[in-house]
Design a protein around this ligand. Structure first.
Ligand SMILES: [Fe+2]
Length: 312
């Protein structure tokens, strides 16, 4: 079978995971990302792994500029796609690439071909499908695992920033590991001068070094696949951050990941794993409140409802 990667050269392989790398892919040719295919997928995907969201308009009386979760139960896949195309709704099909055999076969090809290209055993990856619209601005953040963005349809701009202390302070990383703070990292527009910017079109993928901060602007209706995987590097780093955060918050001991040696990091990771095991890390207890439902009769398909805690 032909490789799903295109425009891949030896220099891509050398830079992969160390620098920002962009390359081509042929996901469109699988036929799994057309409107028809996505409608079918939306109708069979388990509701607990599907998110339909919007952002409150700046002048919304209750939810100005807030992220909002929607109720999509009983709404057809066709209407969900129409809602995304209307511009104010986005849809995240979490683990869509893993749950359904025909998508999993493509995910296995993507990572099999990538494994060949970088001369490594294929990673065990998870993948979601994002159907987004211009309202879906992904704010400045970083991810705890390695991410590859495989853009499939539409125009999307991504900004990728350096990983220095200025752009991603260790304390912010620790806070995210322990959930003292939501995803947001401190950000000012001046950072953009230091970003690498890509205007992604159909069939372009981009990957970046572990934890590089980034943000995304969708220019129009977009379909993308986001895949993530862990490596020894990411596991050791995350365990270190848990250990450092615990030492800082519980015992007032300052310790920096950036300034540690490889051996120190490996030892520290054992403490991090232990801290997690004994439950010193606070459990994730964020409420997910549903504040609107998808309604074809409402403006932009968004009808406000009496809020309730998500139960589907
Ligand atoms: Fe991300």
């Amino acid at each position: 079978m032909e490789s799903l990667l295109s425009d891949w050269s030896a220099s891509h392989g050398e830079k992969f995971e160390k620098e920002v790398v962009n390359f081509g892919h042929d996901l469109n040719e699988t036929g799994l990302f057309t409107d028809e295919a996505l409608i079918e997928l939306l109708e069979k995907h388990p509701s607990e792994s599907l998110d339909v969201c919007t952002m409150g308009d700046p002048d919304h009386p209750v939810y100005p500029n807030s992220f909002r979760t929607g109720d999509f139960r009983g709404v057809s896949g066709e209407v969900l796609i129409e809602a995304a195309k209307a511009g104010k709704v986005w849809i995240n099909i979490r683990n869509g690439m893993n749950i359904h055999p025909e998508y999993k076969a493509v995910l296995d090809r993507m990572y099999g071909d990538l494994g060949k290209a970088i001369d490594q055993k294929p990673y065990n990856a998870r993948g979601g499908i994002l159907i987004s619209s211009p309202i879906a601005q992904v704010p400045y953040h970083f991810d705890k695992t390695h991410i590859i963005l495989w853009h499939v349809r539409g125009k999307k701009r991504i900004y990728i920033y350096p990983q220095t202390e200025k752009f991603i302070p260790d304390t912010a990383y620790e806070a995210k590991m322990l959930r003292y703070l939501d995803d947001d990292l401190p950000y000012t527009s001046e950072f953009d001068e230091h970003a690498q910017v890509f205007d992604l079109e159909d069939g372009q993928a981009v990957s970046w070094p572990l934890n590089a901060p980034h943000r995304v602007d969708n220019r129009e209706f977009c379909v993308s696949v986001t895949t993530e995987y862990s490596t020894t590097e990411s596991k050791i780093k995350n365990a270190n951050m848990v250990a450092n955060a615990t030492m800082r918050h519980r015992f007032g001991i300052k310790s920096s990941y950036r300034e540690s040696s490889q051996t120190q990091r490996k030892l520290k990771s054992l403490l991090g794993y232990a801290v997690k095991k004994v439950g010193l890390v606070p459990k994730d207890e964020l409420f997910d409140m549903v504040t609107f439902k998808i309604d074809p009769a409402a403006s932009n398909f968004i009808a406000d409802i009496e809020p309730f805690e998500r139960n589907f």
